[in-house]
Design a protein around this ligand. Structure first.
Ligand SMILES: [Ca+2]
Length: 421
């Protein structure tokens, strides 16, 4: 289970909203304007029902709030209300810690095996992701880590508003390292070592956030011009609010990359990965076999290395973690390189290029691997090849009518023989 009933959760998560209250997301039929003011028709409805802790969610024409449990049934009967859902908990995809700390030599830089496996070193002479903005929607980023600081550009903390989005869990920092650890001759190197990293902290120190914090995170990404959002998070319950937020972000041109999930069974791809607008990423091991925990289903877009992935940890450390969470940033880094290297890409052509350049693995079914193993080297060369001009379709010669007989019988009647006499 990846969620708990919010009545219990919100008390533990955000300091308590009072007993007998439940957290809901109410979506309206008409827009909720940006800013803190809600239209009067909406506040009247919410006031009548005793709602409190209102948080507007303009991206989805909604509001997150808590209601007295006794009144909650009445909401959906009101005019203007499109839908009501629980503000469920969304978690980071659980990880398996293989080894607490990886010991690193101080004068050597390691290329993690997954980074090498997808062909990143082959493109670094030309492309390192410069100018591409990547949001890590997660527990934050350790912005002081020596392998990340140079690429860190800012972010937002939705758990403790006003405070920097410093990672207090370690999950987001590990993901940031795979995407964009710097090429400084020390530690590790990420797939796109000159990318611009942004921390969008929507999960607390236990790796828990809510649907409403994910919606707010995506809104921030749209307002701040992010090109790609890495979402190594999930829930097994669909949400109208999250689906709408994902659709809005994608139609805005943002590429969303999400972890398929760690349930390891058939038809178990989590949301948001299961939404058609996201690139859903499964995990393989060091060989070409599927990681046993990797969720399967028709929604899987591609796979990437996700076992014992070496990357950055808190307080300047390095550690190895396993999970589809760790596979996902391999695809995010790949998309960052693609956006720098291949001109004229839009949301749908990015997804097609990721699929079209993937390496199909011989022993895996398509619900396990999608289009195959993501390959940044192939994506870049396939994407940069100018399209071959199409041969003109062959047609019958069209003689003018007065020349028809000459054209038809010319070889036999009256046409100069053309042999130079
Ligand atoms: Ca480094």
């Amino acid at each position: 289970m990846k969620f708990i009933r919010p009545a219990v959760l919100n008390e533990s998560l955000f300091g308590g909203k009072g007993r007998g209250y439940v957290s809901k997301i109410v979506l309206f039929n008409y827009p909720v304007p940006p800013g803190s003011e809600l239209p009067r028709e909406y506040t009247e409805v919410l006031d009548q029902l005793g709602a409190k802790d209102l948080q507007p969610l303009p991206l989805v024409n909604g509001v997150a709030c808590s209601f007295p449990e006794t009144r909650v049934q009445a909401i959906s009967g009101f005019q203007h209300v499109f839908s009501v859902e629980e503000d469920l908990i969304v978690r980071l995809q659980p990880v398996v810690q293989e080894e607490r700390l990886a010991l690193m030599k101080s004068d050597d830089q390691i290329i993690p095996t997954g980074v090498a496996r997808i062909g990143a070193p082959e493109v670094w002479s030309k492309w390192k992701g410069a100018g591409v903005k990547v949001a890590v929607l997660d527990t934050g980023i350790d912005m002081e880590h020596t392998d990340l600081a140079a690429n860190y550009r800012g972010g937002i903390n939705l758990i403790s508003p006003g405070r920097p989005p410093q990672d207090d869990n370690g999950h987001g920092t590990h993901i940031a390292g795979t995407i964009g650890a710097v090429d400084d001759g020390k530690g590790i190197i990420g797939i796109a070592p000159e990318v611009e990293l942004y921390a969008v902290k929507a999960l607390n120190n236990r790796g828990e956030g809510t649907i409403s914090s994910i919606v707010q995170a995506l809104q921030w990404c749209m307002e701040n011009g992010m090109h790609i959002v890495n979402m190594s998070i999930g829930t097994d319950t669909p949400s109208t609010a999250m689906a709408q937020a994902v659709r809005q972000a994608a139609s805005h041109g943002i590429v969303l990359v999400a972890a398929a999930g760690n349930d390891g069974t058939r038809n178990s791809v989590d949301y948001p990965a299961a939404y058609p607008e996201t690139i859903a990423v499964g995990a393989i091991g060091d060989g070409n076999d599927l990681a046993p925990f990797s969720s399967r289903g028709p929604e899987v877009t591609v796979v990437a290395p996700g076992m014992q992935v070496l990357s950055t940890g808190l307080q300047g450390t390095y550690r190895r973690l396993s999970g589809t969470s760790m596979a996902t940033p391999h695809v995010t880094g790949t998309v960052a390189i693609m956006l720098q290297a291949v001109s004229g890409l839009n949301h749908s052509s990015v997804v097609k290029l990721v699929q079209g350049s993937a390496e199909r693995l011989p022993n895996l079914a398509s619900d396990q691997q999608g289009a195959g193993l993501v390959r940044v080297d192939r994506a870049v060369s396939k994407g940069s090849t100018p399209p071959r001009p199409k041969p003109a379709p062959w047609t019958w010669p069209q003689p003018r009518p007065e020349k028809f007989f000459e054209w038809l019988f010319g070889p036999w009647f009256g046409r100069p023989s053309g042999h130079g006499r």
